[in-house]
Each structure stands twice: as C-alpha cells, then as structure tokens.
Design a protein around this ligand. Structure first.
Ligand code: 5GP
Ligand code: ZN
Length: 148
C-alpha cells in the first residue's frame, strides 16, 4: 500500500520544477492513457478513489483553471464532455471535480479534472491511505475507456 502524500516531483514546485503530468504527456513517465487530442490527455489516476478514476489534463502546463486561456475553453470542455460519455460506460454516476490550490487538496500543480465513477460505495473520498492502481485491472479499464 502506498500513500499519496506531498512530494516535490508530484507537486512540480519551485524547488523541483519537474511536473509528473508533463512527464506523462511527453511519454517520459508511464501512465494508462485512455484519450488524447490536440489539446488534452486523459489517463487513469495512479491512486484511484474508485475503479476507472481518470484525470483530464491540458497538454501544456498551467497550474489551475484560471490560467487556461479563454481560446482553449471550447476544446477543453468538448474533451471533458467526451470523456464523461466514456466514463458512462462504467457508470452513469460519477463526480467531476478540480482541486484548486493546496488548501483545497491540490497536490499536482498541473490543471486536471478528476472523473470519478461511482458505484454506490460509501464516500470514497475519505479512504486513506488510497491503494495504488491495480495494473491488471487497469488493462481492462483501459480497454473499456480507450475505445473511441
Ligand atoms: P489533486 O489532489 O492534485 O487534485 O490530484 C492529483 C491526483 O494525481 C491524485 O489523485 C493522485 O493520485 C494522482 N497522481 C499523482 N501522481 C501520479 C502519477 O504519477 N500518475 C498518475 N496517473 N496519477 C498520479
Ligand atoms: Zn505540467
């Protein structure tokens, strides 16, 4: 079991500018990518709250939603809506959320929306520590979500 915690590489902070999501987008770090277009990439969260927990990120590095140029709103929202349709292959019930700022729970400072399928479980957001993604099941989840 591995804890999600504060870590300079995950956070991409001033001391360590390396951003794990930029590394994933550039294919220098592994991830289960289920969708990508010219503006966005979506991949499985490494410490999922529930099965199929995804992160949707813009390709270029910005910390938070208010840094997203207005010209990119349509592309991002289109991708978000499209990913929601794919998530509905797993469940019609899901949370879409974005933590903005450390006090709101943001640990990776590259804008991302969480898409968290819900299956009737009790509040999964209080699970601590969260278990690392099951790599075998992840293959099956990718098979379901990556199909166009
Ligand atoms: P935040 O708390 O910043 O809104 O969410 C960051 C998310 O990124 C967390 O749910 C965490 O599990 C996920 N995460 C952190 N590091 C990695 C990684 O290296 N790969 C993937 N796929 N997800 C990560
Ligand atoms: Zn980044």
């Amino acid at each position: 079991m591995i804890l999600v915690g504060r870590h300079p590489v995950l956070m991409g902070d001033a001391k360590s500018p390396l951003c794990i999501f930029c590394e994933i987008i550039a294919r220098r770090s592994p991830a289960h990518i289920v969708y990508e277009d010219e503006a966005c990439v979506a991949f499985l969260d490494l410490f999922p709250f529930t099965r199929g927990h995804l992160l949707l990120v813009p390709r270029h590095h910005i910390d938070r939603l208010t840094d997203l140029p207005e010209s990119e709103y349509p592309g991002f929202l289109r991708a978000l809506s499209h990913i929601c349709q794919r998530v509905e292959r797993l469940s019609r019930h899901y949370n879409v959320s974005a933590n903005q700022g450390e006090l709101a729970g943001q640990i990776v400072f590259h804008l991302h929306f969480h898409l968290i399928p819900r299956y009737g479980e009790a509040n999964p957001f209080r699970t601590h520590p969260r278990e690392r993604l099951d790599e075998v099941d992840a293959q099956e989840v990718v098979r379901i979500l990556a199909a166009p």
